[in-house]
Design a protein around this ligand. Structure first.
Ligand code: FES
Ligand code: FE
Length: 440
């Protein structure tokens, strides 16, 4: 099918069917989720040999396991005998994954090691070497975030993230020692298309002051969100990843009701400037949000880190973690955790506001007449600029649909290109622009 008929991003519209159509969804699983680099774990979740966790890549169940040599393997959580899950725990430590059905047993690398009543097989019935748990094609680690891909043709993780690393380093590398996830993972199921979560976090500053007005006031002595400084705020996107942010003045409201955390960031800010430069030390802590293509989002500063796991065209499972700097004192980590729970857990004020909107957008867009009407994605379409410090496709003004358009452009690129190597880079690599981290 010609997916380009579902959007015109130069004109700024989308066809509503991409949010509910079952055939499009099935194709997304193949062309996007089975080919992209997908976030699977933070390395701090599985620090020791034998540590594992279970998650999904698209709708495929996988195990992420730390090996005795310290490396990390990612494999299908499905027995090669009849397909049963070999691990039902969310996380733990083990030497073997043993299947419930007939007792086939695998080591943490996925190799088949034995089974119940092994003598039932004659010589030649089973080649132990070829009946392990299928490992993914590639595993990569960027400053603690572990990604995997089923696609052996995928570019390196560094190339996949590209200049987005310049932005990512603001949360992953703003202080000596790096980051960790603390506490567990909170899961909730929302009856909405997965793309609504991603596009909201990639650039929808616009909804915050309206959707979250009462929540913000309740947490901040009746004060609303401050108005956005359209001159000194931006959208930046690259290959479908995006970050929206301000560059002047730190958003004091960003840690709603948690001034202790804001004080901490202000205290380390001079050091942050030494590590990352003046510009990034000012961006960090502004009212900001970001998504990594295809399905990870986070709020820099508020420290919620989340993944929108597709479960059908009109449902996703939202997994949420708290990400903190390892070097933070315990009381600050606790304060950050409280802040995340208050705002963006399933019981958080803002989560409820957003979830309801996305559920309604999804179900209403599916109406047999409604689905043929276009949606408006033109905000700020003429505000692209060249910036000498900020990498990516940069638009001025945080009230903008630019990052959303960048995300759907990448979606379209992946849906329409069979070969990874032929997909256009967005933006085209430019000489003379930015980023100490750029090495492409
Ligand atoms: Fe796993 Fe038979 S399905 S041992
Ligand atoms: Fe929101």
């Amino acid at each position: 099918p010609d997916y380009s008929r579902y959007m015109d991003l130069k004109e700024g519209w989308l066809d509503r069917r991409i949010f509910s159509d079952a055939d499009i969804y099935e194709e997304e699983l193949y062309r996007i989720f089975a080919r992209s680099w997908l976030f699977v774990a933070h390395e701090s979740q599985i620090p020791s040999s034998g540590d594992f966790l279970t998650t999904h890549m698209g709708e495929d169940a996988v195990i992420v396991a730390r090996q005795p040599d310290g490396s990390i393997r990612v494999m299908l959580n499905s027995c090669p005998h009849r397909g049963n899950k070999v691990c039902f725990a969310d996380a733990g430590n083990t030497r073997r994954f043993v299947c419930n059905y007939h007792g086939w047993a695998f080591d943490t690398a996925g190799d088949l090691k034995g089974m119940h009543e092994e003598y039932c097989y004659d010589a030649g019935d089973i080649d132990f070497k070829n009946h392990g748990l299928k490992n993914v094609a590639k595993v990569g680690n960027y400053k603690g975030l572990v990604f995997a891909t089923f696609n052996s043709d995928a570019p390196s993780l560094e190339a996949w993230l590209g200049d987005f690393r310049w932005y990512l380093d603001m949360i992953l590398d703003n202080e000596e020692g790096g980051t960790e996830f603390i506490g567990g993972c909170i899961k909730s199921v929302i009856s909405a298309n997965w793309k609504f979560g991603v596009e909201n976090f990639i650039g929808d500053a616009y909804h915050a002051g309206w959707t979250h007005d009462s929540g913000a006031r309740s947490m901040n002595n009746g004060q609303p969100f401050p108005p956005i400084d359209m001159q000194n705020s931006y959208h930046a996107s690259m290959n479908g990843h995006g970050w929206e942010f301000g560059t002047e003045g730190v958003g004091d409201l960003v840690l709603l009701g948690r001034p202790k955390v804001m004080d901490y960031y202000n205290k380390i800010r001079p050091k942050m400037a030494e590590r990352l430069g003046e510009m990034r030390s000012k961006i960090f802590g502004s009212v900001a949000s970001a998504s990594i293509f295809p399905n990870v989002s986070f709020l820099p500063g508020i420290s919620t880190f989340r993944q929108w796991q597709p479960k059908g065209p009109m449902q996703f499972e939202l997994k949420t973690w708290v990400i903190v700097n390892k070097a933070m004192p315990d009381d600050i980590k606790e304060e950050v955790t409280k802040g995340v729970m208050q705002t963006f857990g399933p019981g958080g004020t803002f989560e409820m506001d957003d979830g309801e909107n996305w559920e309604n957008c999804t179900t209403v867009n599916r109406g047999v007449v409604t689905r043929h009407e276009r949606l408006h994605y033109r905000c700020g379409i003429g505000r692209e600029i060249e910036h000498d410090t900020l990498p990516g496709i940069v638009y001025r003004g945080q009230y903008n649909d630019a990052n959303q358009r960048g995300f759907y452009q990448r979606w379209l690129d992946m849906m329409t290109h069979d070969e990874f190597g032929k997909m256009p880079a967005r933006p085209e690599p430019r000489l003379g622009n930015v980023a100490e981290t750029r090495d492409l």
